[in-house]
Design a protein around this ligand. Sequence first.
Ligand code: SAM
Length: 308
Amino acid sequence: MIRIPVEQWCIAVERSDAEATRRRLGEQGLLDRRLRPRPEGSRVLLPVLEPIQGTIRCAFEAFPERPELPRHELVGGIAIMQEVDRAGAERLLSSRPSLHTVLFPESAVGGKFRTRRFTVLAGVPTTRTQVVEYGLRFNVDLARAYFSARLSTERQRILSLMEDGERVLDMFAGVGPFAITLAQRARVVFAADVNPAAVRLMIENIALNRAGNIVPMLADASRLDRIDLAPFDRIVMNLPLAAARFLPVAFNLCRDGGQIHLYALQEREGEYLPQIRLLTAGDVRERRVRSHSPGRWHAVYDICVEKR
Ligand code: SAM
């Protein structure tokens, strides 16, 4: 079949940056998924939906048309749908060979362990799967421990900020995606969670990725400064509804000049700055990570700890 090229805006990136940029554009809703990216010399042309900085017009081949599929989010071999549509779930399952299960969330993310309840709409009756992220593999069980594939770019961003040989603490580690990513440059990563199921999966994931420099801990983050672990060069705090409450503990554990990454769900820019300013006069950078619901978004505060 002859396919007529389609003209679209695009960004040219070096081959080595192409996968990371494609993911980032996808997460930002800018990637034109109907068109096939194409190589050009040492670079790859990525089609985007609107003109942004550095875009040019180029011709692309369209992917073959697929039958209309229900909206879904992919986590490894699981698709999470937003409606109870069993026929749509069966279509989804047969359209993607990598899928083994289609789920519908019966509840929002909730409780101390930040988990959800699911109904199986199609496929193998399981909430367990394996996710591959930037060459790392994570076993997840969506009903028993929190995991979000949408933070993959954020984990790479923190990795890119690191110096080799850092001492890192992940206070709310879940199944270990931040800890295992950052262990690639760290000397040691201490990774705590209060959910025993999450810690069990984290131990599996440490073995799966042969990460020999992570100390998994079944521990409450509020008590970590009672253990003789400090000082840390970098601390990750990914508990967006409540992490700010644990900031004083994180400041006790971080060295002067170290960095804390505080993830927070907020409705106003700078909402958590007053709490941060009670503890440090150091540099603070705030970034939007992803939207949550109308008027609310996940932000990250990169905080430089300056001890008075
Ligand atoms: N960092 C992981 C990730 O990105 O997938 C998990 C983040 S999830 C939003 C927050 C995690 O914090 C959950 O796994 C939950 O069990 C854990 N948690 C909640 N309260 C905690 C506490 N007081 N101490 C340690 N972990 C806690």
